[in-house]
Ligand binder design. Structure first.
Ligand code: TXA
Ligand code: MG
Length: 321
């Protein structure tokens, strides 16, 4: 049996260690006022890939980026006046805003699942605040439970079954809210309630007026059902070892077939975590090569391979709009 993940009291020494672990690309479980989060450096693709691996998520859902305050959030996303008012009124607190991303912010493409929008929130819990301050940058943090289990609201429940990439759990007592944050996004300029959560709809609607319901296919809680998947311009041709003339080639592993096609290898060593970390960035790069299509080598299905194959299949599916 593995050593259990240490649960520590977040004094300044432990916060320092936690921030170092995050900088090294490891994961740290930390308390927020909603639920405990599984934190990773939002700018390191590989650290973000480890979050999906640790949770055993079969899909790459986009993650929430946690920041210390509104000005840090403004460096990552564009705020219109209504977003400014919501942030001013409810942050720090259990509200997440899905906004247009600033690409220059350097947020991992895996964290946003390749989308041009980003979900941001400023957590209120003092330990979350202290960790963000000590770390000095944005952290992705889904709830700290393996996929399919309930979100943890106390340190002892967090991190159960999450595996060896988690450096520690910071104990911040029971979560006060106990429900995930409410998520608000915009559809053609109109505010939409993407996920009900710890901040009641009515309280938000006092500022926004009635919130719309997401279009059915945009339900964020049905994994993989998100309407706006990243879709490359070029078509994808999956499970092939031979690119056609004018195709680009996305390969995997130590001995891809050699061709004259523009090629990127997701992981020459055959590491699925590395492959996940490179997936969206490489799809975008090959798309930019103006190839007519992107041929993709078979990717193994174990571990993160399931999510990688799921995302490739969606990107390859015929467009409906
Ligand atoms: O309370 C919370 O929000 C907790 C704590 C730890 O902060 N975190 C949390 O994260 O619940 P997670 O990863 O379980 O939920 C992320 C949700 C997903 O439903 C996802 O689809 C949605 O946020 N989301 C993230 N980025 C999005 C985007 N660009 N567009 C639409 N939905 C997005
Ligand atoms: Mg969750």
């Amino acid at each position: 049996m593995r050593d259990p993940i240490p649960i520590v009291i977040p004094d300044s020494l432990q916060l320092d260690d936690a921030a170092d672990a995050l900088r090294a690309g490891r994961l740290v479980v930390f308390p927020t006022e909603t639920v405990y989060g599984l934190g990773a450096d939002a700018k390191q693709e590989k650290a973000v890939a480890r979050v999906f691996a640790a949770k055993g998520r079969p899909h790459f859902n986009p993650l929430i980026v946690h920041v210390q305050d509104v000005s840090a959030a403004r460096q990552i996303a564009r705020f219109d006046p209504m977003a400014e008012r919501l942030a001013f009124t409810f942050w720090p607190g259990p509200l997440t805003l899905v906004l247009e991303m600033r690409p220059e912010a350097g947020i991992s493409a895996l964290a946003t699942a390749g989308l041009d929008t980003v979900a941001v929130r400023v957590p209120a819990h003092p330990v979350a605040q202290a960790l963000l301050m000590q770390f000095g940058g944005p952290l992705v943090a889904p709830s700290a439970n393996p996929s399919g289990r309930v979100s943890p609201t106390r340190a002892e429940h967090a991190a159960e079954g999450l595996g060896p990439d988690v450096a520690m759990t910071l104990d911040g007592g029971p979560s006060a809210v106990g429900l995930e944050s409410t998520i608000v996004g915009w559809d053609m300029g109109e505010p939409v309630l993407l996920r009900p959560g710890g901040l009641p709809r009515e309280v938000i609607e006092r500022l926004t007026g009635p919130l719309k319901s997401p279009r059915l296919s945009a339900q964020p809680n049905a994994p993989g059902q998100l309407a706006s998947h990243y879709a490359p311009r070029a078509h994808l041709r999956l499970n092939t070892t031979a690119p056609l003339v004018s195709e680009a080639f996305l390969t995997f592993g130590p001995s891809p077939p050699s061709t004259s096609a523009p090629t990127l290898n997701l992981s020459p060593s055959g590491d699925l975590i590395e492959a996940a970390a490179n997936l969206f960035a490489y799809l975008r790069a090959l798309d930019a090569s103006r190839a007519s299509a992107i041929a993709v080598m078979p990717i193994p299905t174990g571990g993160l391979g399931e999510a990688i194959n799921d995302r490739l299949a969606r990107a390859a599916a015929p467009r409906t709009d």
